[in-house]
Ligand binder design. Structure first.
Ligand SMILES: Nc1ncnc2c1ncn2[C@@H]1O[C@H](COP(=O)(O)OP(=O)(O)O)[C@@H](O)[C@H]1O
Ligand SMILES: [Mg+2]
Length: 214
């Protein structure tokens, strides 16, 4: 059976791609899914994180390549799952495209703030890029938005998180009901130390696997 493959991707930097990649891969590791984390960003945040933490417990490799669609299949075969930390599409479209040609689940982390949503949807650049890339695949990838840096752990019916959900849903995006709260002490200040409090990412994993089962 092919390894499960996940890409954390967005148009812009600073949306939570690297943080989510590291925490999500940790959730896979703890679930016994034998992840390989591929850092496709030249900025090497995930790779540095692994170094500073003196090993995350699973392999992390740097591959800022435009040929990921040809190299990742072989790498994935040796693992139960593969997570790709994809660089921002606006600056590195070729690398991002090659990663998304291989990875079957595309996770778009996004803070539920008006300006960030506006930036993500500006001029349809991201949506056109995603649609074009789907056209290069044999079967379409599952595309989900992960609200990151929210006010609450659980989805709310009103407030900024709910408003952003509504806007994105109207634009045709599926927004995961699981969300990752803004907690500096856990997510921001964790860089270079042990990864902990992976609860939200365990729920993300569960929700995505449940989608695949239906
Ligand atoms: N849930 C969160 N709570 C608090 N800070 C966060 C959270 N997610 C990300 N951050 C912080 O936001 C910044 C950008 O995140 P990062 O994962 O590096 O984004 P990207 O890889 O998309 O550029 C980093 O300083 C990171 O520590
Ligand atoms: Mg990053």
């Amino acid at each position: 059976m092919a390894a499960d493959s996940y890409a954390f991707v967005n148009l812009k930097p600073g949306t939570g791609k690297s943080t989510s990649s590291v925490f999500f891969a940790t959730a896979l590791h703890e679930a016994g899914d034998d992840p390989l984390l591929v850092d496709a960003d030249k900025g090497k945040t995930s790779v540095r994180w692994d170094e500073l933490a003196a090993g995350l417990g699973f392999p992390v490799v740097s591959k800022p390549s435009r040929n990921l669609h040809t190299t990742l299949p072989d790498m994935a075969r040796r693992h139960g799952s593969l997570v790709c930390d994809v660089p921002q599409v606006e600056d590195h479209a070729a690398i991002a495209r090659s990663a998304l040609r291989f990875c079957d689940t595309w996770i778009l982390p996004l803070a539920p703030s008006g300006p960030e949503v506006d930036r993500m949807l500006a001029d349809d650049v991201l949506e056109e890029f995603l649609a074009d890339t789907q056209g290069l695949r044999r079967s379409p990838a599952d595309v989900v938005v992960l609200l990151n840096r929210t006010n609450t752990t659980r989805a709310t019916k009103t407030g900024p998180d709910a408003e952003v959900r509504e806007v994105l849903t109207e634009r045709g995006f599926h927004v995961l009901s699981t969300q990752v709260p803004h907690v500096d002490a856990v997510y921001r200040q964790t860089f270079g130390t042990r990864v902990r409090a992976i609860g939200p990412y365990q729920r993300v994993l569960k929700e995505i696997k449940a989608r695949r089962a239906t």
